[in-house]
Design a protein around this ligand. Structure first.
Ligand SMILES: NC(=O)c1ccc[n+]([C@@H]2O[C@H](COP(=O)([O-])OP(=O)(O)OC[C@H]3O[C@@H](n4cnc5c(N)ncnc54)[C@H](O)[C@@H]3O)[C@@H](O)[C@H]2O)c1
Length: 398
């Protein structure tokens, strides 16, 4: 394996500011003489964005690999300097790293081939479509001594960093629940259902801001159009340490586009709206208090009282998350430091997705999994849990 040399002293190349891991740092992109040769496999909707970002990154030579010649013609028109190939094998001897942006079902085989050839690999989400494949990738990267990173783009998003800071600082109070909605008239995928396509983002965001993986998943999913893969799903994830829940709604079959994460705390609530241009995070100083039952109240009084205050929208500096992510990958290749979203992180998310898998893939059926009736997370009450029959089951992610 070829390792890029570190920046020689005295070089004066310009520095660009890269936001990475909740902090802005001076990153000497382009400040070394060695050029990183990166192949992007899959020049589709998302791969073309990787190519745009990497092509404009100093010190990077891009090779575009796509099995469809028509996609390569399109790539050649936009990036005349890029080298093109229809097969990764044809260029493996001549590159240092691979970015994989092909359909999820192909990730494991392509990534495994690249890792075995001692190339650093960035795989788009989800890392793989089975726990076994994801585990194999993690092990192979470790054995071959190369970087394996997963493209959990939202973990490189300044708005998500802000949400995490709000939760961790206690500014919202105890987190009562998190709600996410990722809806649109989406691109139906042929090899995965809507959960594997969209929920990796929500699982990654929520577990990142709560700093914990869920222990239990509950799923409702249905295939309305194709009868092949579920296109609408509602999921619930339980987080034991935080004693909270996340409700995740993903859909390819909704007329308007929604990309929203709501964190409801006892003190305040925060909404991250990824569709907003200038107010991506709003913090609502509002809450609901239970009335003191001993207090003398009117017979018609509500059982709760409302607190209302300011709505604050903090300034979030914008830097394209994909650019931050890809620059971080390059930084890890150059310095040998582990990625913020290593293969192990991708594996954690795949484990959760796999827990929903068996039931949500039942074509044409209403699918309900995880009939968890314990409504009392504090454990003060006890409600009997029904037996797991007829597709009504509790699925633990690990
Ligand atoms: N991080 C994000 O926000 C985000 C957003 C969208 C998509 N994605 C991910 O990116 C990946 C690609 O999604 P997409 O929407 O761009 O798909 P797409 O169908 O638009 O593009 C996939 C491309 O890969 C090519 N391809 C397929 N198999 C190949 C192979 N074996 N070798 C070479 N080329 C091959 C196809 O010809 C196609 O051009 C998926 O894993 C998806 O989950 C991530």
């Amino acid at each position: 394996m070829r390792q890029a040399p570190h920046s020689p002293a005295g070089e004066t190349d310009r520095k660009v500011t890269v936001l990475t891991s909740n902090r802005a740092m001076e990153h000497p992109v382009g400040s070394h003489t060695y050029r990183d040769r990166i192949a992007v496999v899959g020049y589709g909707y998302w791969g073309s964005k990787h190519v745009r970002v990497l092509s404009s990154t100093p010190g990077v030579d891009v090779t575009i690999v796509d099995g469809r010649p028509a996609r390569l013609s399109e790539a050649a028109a936009h990036y005349p300097m890029a080298r093109l190939a229809t097969r990764l094998d044809d260029v493996l001897h001549d590159i240092d790293a691979v970015v994989i942006a092909t359909p999820p079902g192909t990730h494991a085989a392509i990534a495994h081939r690249a890792l075995e050839s001692e190339k650093h690999v960035l795989v788009e989400k989800p890392l793989a479509t089975s726990v076994e494949d994801a585990e194999l990738l993690v092990k192979t990267a470790a054995r071959c001594g190369v970087q394996l990173m997963v493209g959990h783009t939202f973990e490189y998003n300044a708005a998500v960093w802000k949400l995490r800071e709000l939760v961790r600082s206690g500014a919202l109070g105890r987190i009562l629940y998190v709600d996410t909605a990722r809806l649109s008239l989406g691109r139906y995928q042929s090899d995965v259902n809507v959960i594997w396509d969209l929920a990796p983002h929500d699982i990654s965001i929520v577990s990142y801001i709560l700093d914990e993986m869920p222990s239990c998943a509950t799923v409702w999913a249905h295939s309305h159009i194709s009868r092949q893969h579920a296109d609408v799903a509602y999921l619930r994830f339980d987080f034991p340490r935080s004693q909270t829940r996340a409700y995740v709604h993903v859909s390819w079959l909704t007329p308007n586009k929604v990309r929203q994460v709501t964190v409801v705390g006892e003190q305040k609530m925060a909404v991250y709206d990824d569709m907003s241009d200038n107010e991506r995070i709003r913090i609502y100083d509002i809450g609901v208090d239970v009335q003191d039952i001993d207090a003398p109240v009117e017979a018609h009084a509500l059982p709760v009282s409302y607190r209302t205050g300011d709505i604050v929208s903090p300034y979030i500096p914008f830097q394209e998350p994909l650019l931050v992510q890809d620059h971080h990958f390059i930084e890890c290749i150059r310095t040998g430091s582990p990625p913020d979203t290593p293969g192990e992180r991708g594996l954690e998310v795949v484990r959760v997705l796999a827990a929903t898998d068996q039931l949500a893939d039942v074509a044409g059926e209403d699918v309900v999994a995880g009939a968890d009736v314990s409504t009392d997370l504090a454990g003060t009450g006890s409600v009997p849990v029904p037996p797991a029959v007829n597709g009504h089951r509790i699925f633990h992610s690990r």
